[in-house]
Design a binder for this molecule. Sequence first.
Ligand code: SAM
Length: 201
Amino acid sequence: MNAVASTSPDYFHALYTDDDPFGCRHRWYEARKRALLLASLPAEAYDAGWEIGCSNGELTVALAARCRTLLATDLDPRAVELARARTATCAGVHVDAMHHPQQWPTGTFDLIVLSEVGYYLAPDALDALLARLPTSLRDAGVFVACHWLHPFDEAPQNGRQVHAAIAQALGAPAFRYEDADLLFEGWSVSPHSVAQREALR
Ligand SMILES: C[S@@+](CC[C@H](N)C(=O)[O-])C[C@H]1O[C@@H](n2cnc3c(N)ncnc32)[C@H](O)[C@@H]1O
């Protein structure tokens, strides 16, 4: 039996002949997803964020407003170029070309976001990413994963499989949102709720 492969970088290279291949700049699905994701973050501000698979930088710009420093990575060189241009006026943002999990950033983060990327990874590659993730997450950190739920041909996994793999690796999420199209979940290292952090309870 042939092992399932991650989506090839060639697939993304071909897509990035368009500057906005996923419609991040004009689709309401994308704008709403960003708003939901940002609203779910337990802390108002983060010291060091990492966005895995940043595409042309639309979510990166939104995350930059909540992070003192933000690393954004993508395997595709054109996506990196576009994200750099999009975040040129954002303080503290650094965009790097990296193919995960083979390549990995140094440093640790108190916010890591995996949005619409996990299903492009083969199960063994996603497991390798998830095994490495805790070493990059600080004690008060949060990991947020967000995925489109409808299967599509170019992805070796669907969103539910990705979130099941994450739960298998990291346990039950601290928060979640789901509708007919989208699932996002967050895993906090800290056991304290938002209210506990503000001494409300
Ligand atoms: C759908 S876009 C996600 C954009 C953004 N995170 C969002 O949710 O708006 C997926 C991006 O992930 C990148 N990508 C896919 N597999 C990757 C991998 N293994 N390592 C790094 N980037 C990857 C692709 O090049 C593409 O730009």
